[in-house]
Design a protein around this ligand. Sequence first.
Ligand code: SF4
Ligand code: SF4
Length: 244
Amino acid sequence: MKRRDLLKFFGMGIVFGLFSPYLFSSTEKKTEKRYVMALELKTCWSLKDCRVCVDACHELHNVPDIGDEKEKIMWIWVRPFGEVFKNEFPDLKAKGLASLPVVLLCNHCANPPCVKVCPTRSTWKRKDGIVMMDYHRCIGCRYCMAACPYGARSFNWKEAKNYLRKINPDFPLRTIGVVEKCNFCEERLATGLLPRCVEVCPVSALKFGDLLDDKSSVSDLLRERVGIVRKPHLGTNPSVFYIL
Ligand code: SF4
Ligand code: SF4
C-alpha cells in the first residue's frame, strides 16, 4: 500500500513514526551496512496457516520444540496483527485485520536496548547491523530478555537435544542457561546465501538486503511502499519492516 492510501485506509490519526524507513537517529551508532527484512503482509496472508518459514528456521538452527509456553524457544514466530499493532492501529476489528497472522523475529534494532545491558558483551551489534550472540560468553543473567521490548529472546531452561526431532550437525546446539535468538542467518550470509526464511517462503513474501545500498531491492521496496515497524515510539529503530 502506498503512503497516501494507507493514511486513507486507517485515517489521518495514526502515528507518523510508523512510516519508516528512517536510517539512523542522531544518537545511534552508524553501521557500514544495515541488513533489514521486509515482510509483505498481504502476500503472506495469501497462504492460510502457512508456517513454512518458522519450521525451516527452527529446523536449520536446532531450535527445540519445548511445548511449554513459559519455556519455549522462538527465533521466529507468529502472532495476530491485532496484538502486534494494537497501539499503532486502533479499530483493527473493523478493518478485518485483527486476527491475521504476523511473522515476528528479532528486529536487529539499530538502537538495541538488549546490547546496552549485557554485562559480558555476549550480545553486540555488528558492522552490518546484525545483533549477534556469543553463547560461550553468555552467563544467563537474562538482562537482555528484560530489556528487549519485543520478546525476541528465549532462555534455555532445558537440554535442547531432548526436544529436537532431528539435529542439524552444522549448527551448534545451545546449552542450558544461555539466551538465544534469531541471527538473521549470519552463517548463510557469510556464504552468499539469503536467510532461510526468505529462501523458503512459497510466495516470496519476505525480502532481505542492505538498506544503505540504494540499489538493493529491499531499498527500492521500502522507498515505494510503506514499511511499518513494531513499537516505533520506543526509539529502538527496528530493522524488520511490515509492508501493508
Ligand atoms: S528485537 Fe530485542 S533482541 Fe532483537 S535487537 Fe531489538 S531489543 Fe535486541
Ligand atoms: S543473558 Fe547472556 S546475553 Fe543476555 S545480558 Fe546476560 S550475559 Fe548478556
